[in-house]
Design a protein around this ligand. Structure first.
Ligand code: FAD
Length: 332
């Protein structure tokens, strides 16, 4: 693809009501600095149906320019409609890099566009940087089961593309600044969209567990010893107005649904407070929670690796510690 600008694009995924998903706004934050280092503008690409709220949000959260594509065929995500629209835009404007949130849809869309444009894509990134000399994005992601972090560059092909996990970056403070808004009139004929949404069935628990947006998370691991072991975890979370998280060991044991899992194959979270109870601190768990503002660990084993990332540690039995903590918080 012909590069026509040094701009960095952030795809703003929208919900069915046209409002933005949080991850797109999060990515505008690192995008600002990256675009500057690349010597271009930060461009938000909004696609959906009735997208005014998303266009405005992209402007307030840091985009210099917003390119909007609005149409009924974009109300529900479809690989074909979105791929056709974004490919047309990329061919017209020729940006140098593109960030996409690693949501279910983003994980589907990113590789499809990369393939159409004959370029590379680094999936599921957890850190981003720019090599200022070459303008190459340094995409960092866990590799080999999370045992090492690989930094990948795409020196020869453009645009450089990557998907980035939700919750890795925090949104910037919103401002009153106004981005330039370009409305692109793109429509995709029904015969070009090979799939059709017949019915949306929402998984109840996945909808109600908002770990990525939670300010306080109390998580349980194998140390809770069974499904009933999550009761003191829930009690503390409730007393603090927090959300319940879990390690993969607890999820794989069937003690709590996957929607609660934090870590490399779960959610990436960044709450103000993360309380890890009976969690050893495996690297794959840390990958999802180590950017929390404050971490408290409760573990019987004083040598548990979780204490290495914790701001405060309590060495003790969670079944003794948690009720005392919960009572104290209720009384406070
Ligand atoms: P354990 O490692 O068994 O630790 C249990 C801890 O509880 C111990 O430290 C013990 O001292 C403590 N304990 C026991 N009883 C008590 C008590 N009564 N009071 C206080 N402490 C107690 N893991 C994730 O969490 N999230 C992921 O997304 C994830 N993705 C993965 C992806 C891949 C590709 C792989 C290979 C692994 C992944 N894992 C993930 C698994 C990870 O490697 C660990 O196996 C897992 O995190 C361990 O969970 P845990 O800490 O609950 O259990």
């Amino acid at each position: 693809m012909e590069v026509k600008s040094k701009d960095l694009w952030v795809f703003i995924e929208t919900k069915e009501d046209g409002s933005p998903k949080k991850v797109g706004l999060e990515l505008l934050n690192p995008g600002k600095d990256m675009a500057k280092k690349q010597g271009g503008a930060l461009v938000a690409v909004v696609i959906g149906c009735s997208v005014d709220a998303s266009v405005e949000a992209a402007s307030r959260y840091g985009a210099d320019t917003v390119i909007a594509v609005d149409g009924e065929e974009f109300k529900e995500y479809s690989t074909d409609a979105y791929t056709i629209a974004i490919t047309k835009l990329v061919e017209k404007y020729g940006p140098t890099s593109m960030l996409i949130g690693a949501t279910n849809n983003g994980r589907d869309l990113g590789p499809r566009i990369a393939c159409r444009l004959h370029t590379g894509l680094t999936a599921d990134c957890t850190a981003l940087d720019i090599d200022e000399e070459t303008g190459n994005v340094a995409w960092t992601r866990p590799a080999f089961g999370g045992n090492l972090m690989a930094t990948i560059m795409c020196p020869e092909h453009r645009p450089q593309m990557g998907t980035v996990r939700p919750g890795v970056f925090k949104m910037a403070e919103p401002s009153d600044r106004k981005a330039e808004v370009i409305h692109e009139d793109i429509s995709v004929p029904a015969e070009d969209i090979r799939t059709q949404v017949i019915e949306l069935i929402r998984e109840l628990d996945a909808e109600t567990v908002d770990l990525e947006g939670a300010q306080i998370i109390v998580s349980g691991g194998r140390g809770v010893k069974g499904p009933e072991g999550f009761e003191p975890i829930r009690a503390l979370a409730e007393a603090l107005g927090g959300t319940v998280g879990a390690s993969r060991a607890a999820v794989d044991s069937g003690w709590i649904p996957h929607a609660h899992q934090v870590g490399q194959t779960g959610k990436t979270v960044g709450p103000k407070l993360y309380i890890a109870c009976g969690i050893s601190g495996a690297i794959q768990h840390l990958a999802g929670m180590s950017s929390s503002d404050r971490i408290i660990a409760i573990n019987k084993d004083p040598d548990a690796p979780i204490f290495g990332v914790a701001d405060y540690g309590i060495v003790g039995d969670l079944f003794e510690v948690l009720p005392v903590l919960t009572d104290a918080i209720k009384k406070a």
